[in-house]
Design a binder for this molecule. Structure first.
Ligand SMILES: NC(=O)c1ccc[n+]([C@@H]2O[C@H](COP(=O)([O-])OP(=O)(O)OC[C@H]3O[C@@H](n4cnc5c(N)ncnc54)[C@H](OP(=O)(O)O)[C@@H]3O)[C@@H](O)[C@H]2O)c1
Length: 308
């Protein structure tokens, strides 16, 4: 690929027409998610230029029809918009730091995960080098961005999102949240806060089934059936939490006893119960705080770090 002094796009850093903007994009970072994004863009008929730190992943994408950028600067020069799909924001500095003089007039859509504060600082850094910035949190079912439950949170300047929403649409349905550069990561990390313990709890539950000599396949329909109650719990708990959280001493003690039953069921068959001990520690802290304060203290209040 020849992107150099004679590249017409490079001669006009701000001169991309609307149609160019919506038919070509650069993708930097080709882990499982970046590769999925490249495939989605290509399937939508969008021309994709790719760069990755390790080149074998670039080869795989070029074989699918993407264009190779030899350097980060080439990837930035090739298109108005560059999508970053990196492990974290620290990687953005490593990557874009190689070509900061190619940032002016460009648009960076960083769809990598990190904390809200790191996203805000990253946005500031990109803008300090003359590019526009939006951040995204890819709320996908694993790396399956085509799954009906997959979507992407976006935040940052509305006009930047609006100008490039059409180009980014093949990635997943879009949920623009607001101007705060950290907002996409606030919502994304909050959802992952639910997902991580769920994943570990699922491992623990299925390990108990297996170590008890039973079939995981027999168990799963019941797990799916019972998990259908989660939206109901979310609804009732969200009302409670908007009102400071709900607890009664009796229910906290019942949850403590319940946690002990789960721990016993796991440990009787040699399954790791660390997660359940952590849950039990919360119930016990809430019981202790309630007894100390003479009123029910919810685990939500403990999470908030409220002090009497
Ligand atoms: N995979 C999923 O299911 C999923 C779902 C939702 C959201 N996400 C988020 O999407 C982002 C990308 O996901 P992923 O699974 O593709 O992540 P990944 O496997 O960690 O790979 C991301 C890319 O980051 C690059 N990278 C990491 N550190 C770098 C550095 N210091 N300098 C240059 N390049 C660096 C890697 O380059 P090399 O190839 O050279 O190592 C790789 O191309 C992450 O923030 C992830 O949390 C992922």
């Amino acid at each position: 690929m020849d992107i150099g002094a004679d590249n017409p796009i490079e001669r006009e850093p701000k001169g991309h027409t609307m149609s160019e903007q919506n038919t070509a994009v650069s993708v930097v970072g080709l882990g499982p998610m970046g590769q999925t994004m490249v495939r989605a863009f290509l399937a939508a008929g969008i021309e994709v230029t790719v760069w990755n730190r390790s080149s074998e992943k670039v080869d795989a994408m070029v074989a699918l029809g993407a264009k190779r950028a030899a350097t980060v600067a080439d990837a930035l020069d090739a298109n108005a918009v560059t999508v970053l799909s990196l492990t974290h924001y620290a990687a953005m500095y490593d990557v874009l730091g190689q070509a900061t003089d190619h940032l002016p007039g460009k648009v960076i859509a960083n769809l990598s995960s990190d904390s809200p504060e790191k996203a805000r600082k990253g946005a500031e850094w990109v803008r300090s080098h003359g590019a526009e910035f939006i951040s995204g949190g890819v709320m996908s079912a694993g790396d399956n961005i085509a799954h009906p439950a997959s979507y992407i949170f976006y935040s940052g300047p509305k006009e930047v999102f609006d100008a490039h929403a059409e180009l980014l649409r093949p990635l997943s349905p879009q949920e623009y949240l607001g101007a705060d550069d950290g907002l996409a990561q606030v919502f994304y990390q909050a959802l992952l806060t639910i997902f991580h313990p769920w994943l570990l709890a699922f491992d623990q539950a299925t390990a108990v089934i297996e170590r008890s000599g039973h079939s995981i396949a027999q168990f799963i329909p019941f797990a799916v059936r019972s998990n259908a109650a989660f939206p109901y719990f979310m609804e009732t708990h969200s009302v409670a939490n908007q009102n400071g959280g709900w607890a009664s001493l009796a229910s906290l003690k019942m949850m403590d006893a319940g946690a002990q039953h789960i721990i016993d069921a796991s440990e009787e068959v040699g399954v790791d119960s660390t997660l359940s001990h952590t849950a039990q520690a919360f119930w016990r802290r809430a019981v202790a705080a309630s007894e100390e304060q003479g009123r029910a203290v919810s685990t939500y209040a403990l999470m908030l770090g409220d002090r009497p």
